[in-house]
Design a protein around this ligand. Structure first.
Ligand code: SF4
Ligand code: SF4
Length: 86
């Protein structure tokens, strides 16, 4: 079970800098970094440490099981971002 970034994300990159396994994209070396309006968590690599939840200034990160119903589809949106990269 991975964590998921939902609609409130303002792409301030606090979580990118804090994530211990570098599974939040796009990061500074990725295409689209400077134009990103929201970031995504790779469900294959997230280790469920919860650090990103603590550093997010807008409460945009949720455990997948605890996503508010209106943002439940963000689990698929996060996963799809990485499927399209591969
Ligand atoms: S829960 Fe931990 S491993 Fe997963 S995205 Fe957040 S900081 Fe990274
Ligand atoms: S810390 Fe929160 S607002 Fe900032 S990029 Fe991560 S999820 Fe988005």
């Amino acid at each position: 079970m991975a964590f998921v970034i939902a609609a409130p994300c303002i792409a301030d990159y606090s979580c990118v800098e804090a994530c211990p396994v570098d599974c939040i994209s796009p990061g500074p070396d990725d295409p689209g970094f400077d134009k990103a309006e929201q970031l995504f968590i790779d469900p294959q690599n997230c280790i469920d440490c919860g650090v990103c939840v603590d550093v997010c200034p807008v409460d945009a990160v949720y455990e997948a099981d605890l996503l508010p119903p209106k943002w439940a589809h963000y689990e698929q949106i996060n996963a799809q971002y990485f499927e399209e990269l591969s």
